[in-house]
Design a protein around this ligand. Structure first.
Ligand code: SF4
Ligand code: FES
Length: 370
């Protein structure tokens, strides 16, 4: 396809999220993957990923996050990771730990893998396994952490906080440090994909959310420099929205298992966006010229109150996907912002609670549990 080469100059993206597969042995109800998961038969092959990484490095990308689903569901994971290293990218593997054998970790380490991130679901084994929808997940994650550290690969433990575990944040941090994590990330669930479907079962109460703020602040002081906290408050209880992705089409790209390139992991929820595929376009052309990347760049697309707000270049009007999911209009101010005329709706939604999880699965296998 012919493209307009006269498009304006753009800053280079810094990061690329490579969703190698949507296959995953776990069923976490807080997963932000889309409900319509890509089928294994549609996944990009090893060589195409290697080309994507070379193109990413040429474009200025510095680091690649190898994610999924569970990346270890791909037998060619070591080759894929090695090709990213050979392209000159800092390579971070985001894994559940399930299915990642010591032999694979050996191959990854000798291929130059730079970093591993593993998420934990809870500090209580039975609760952790229930949240993951997988018996034995808790034990396996501990074993994996030990293997990663033994290989000399820096480890980050990611703690995803929600109503079922929010009262054990301090225990989870202690557990992560005992696993010899060099870094601990605490993040509240973001409500996209499967997490949105499970919002009523995951949303903390206002009391829990407020208590968590003080716990997190104390932990931050106690473990200064070791703990990174994405946000002390869940989105829906905040006064201002997050600067999602550091601004649309400003810093990063997301490649799906089947090769579509998205400005963020949830962008497919916005109707009418046209996503280009790495099978048909170079990453450089996609970054500069694809309609989806240009849809919300800059500030021209903004409506009031963002249009005349002094914070518009700090938070970029919040999250486009969340704005669409909560208002039906992707151009609207993210209603998490207290200046949005629809902000009260967010507080109403946050009060809706139930206990049922719908576990992440390829849709025909969807299961529930309380
Ligand atoms: Fe951000 Fe828009 Fe709210 Fe201003 S009005 S703080 S730009 S979301
Ligand atoms: Fe898409 Fe925030 S997740 S812009």
């Amino acid at each position: 396809m012919t493209v307009d080469r006269a498009a304006p100059q753009l800053p280079a993206p810094l990061g690329l999220l490579a969703e190698l597969t949507h296959r995953c042995p776990l069923g976490c109800p807080y997963c932000s993957n889309p409900l319509a998961l890509d089928a294994p038969k549609d996944e990009l092959d090893t060589q195409t990923w290697a080309r994507v990484f070379r193109e990413a490095a040429s474009l200025g990308v510095l680091q690649v996050h190898l994610s999924g689903g569970e990346p270890a569901s791909r037998r060619d994971l070591p080759e894929i990771a090695k090709s990213a290293s050979e392209a000159g990218l800092y390579t971070n593997l985001i894994t559940s730990g399930i299915g990642l054998t010591d032999k694979t970790l050996d191959a990854l380490a000798s291929g130059g893998l730079d970093h591993v991130q593993v998420s934990i679901q809870d500090s209580e084994p039975s609760s952790a396994d229930t949240i993951a929808g997988y018996d034995g997940a808790f034990a396996r994650k501990h074993a994996l952490a030990g293997q990663v550290v033994a290989h000399g690969i820096p480890l980050t433990v990611n703690i995803v906080v929600h109503r079922r575990n929010i009262e054990r944040i301090d225990d989870m941090v202690a557990m992560a440090l005992a696993m010899k994590a060099a870094r601990v990330e605490i993040a509240h669930v973001q409500y996209y994909g499967w997490a949105l479907k499970n919002r009523a079962a995951l949303m903390p109460t206002p009391e829990q959310a407020m208590h968590a703020v003080s716990v997190v602040e104390a932990l931050r002081k106690q473990h200064h420099g070791k703990i990174v906290i994405d946000s002390a408050l869940p989105d829906y209880y905040a006064r201002y929205p997050k600067p999602c992705m550091g601004g649309w089409g400003r810093r990063s790209l997301n490649v799906t298992p089947s090769g579509k390139v998205l400005p963020c992991h949830a962008a497919e929820v916005i109707p009418g966006l046209e996503f280009w595929n790495v099978r048909e376009h170079s990453l450089a052309d996609i970054w500069r010229l694809s309609p989806a990347f240009n849809a919300f760049r800059g500030t021209d697309w903004m409506a009031e109150p963002c249009r005349s707000c002094p914070k518009q270049r700090e938070d970029f009007g919040g999250c486009r996907c969340q704005a669409f999911l909560l208002t039906g209009d992707a151009h609207a101010t993210d209603p998490v912002c207290h200046l949005s005329p629809l902000h009260d709706d967010v507080a109403r939604i946050a009060k809706v609670h139930d206990e049922k999880f719908e576990y992440r699965r390829y849709q025909r296998e969807s299961v529930t549990a309380s």
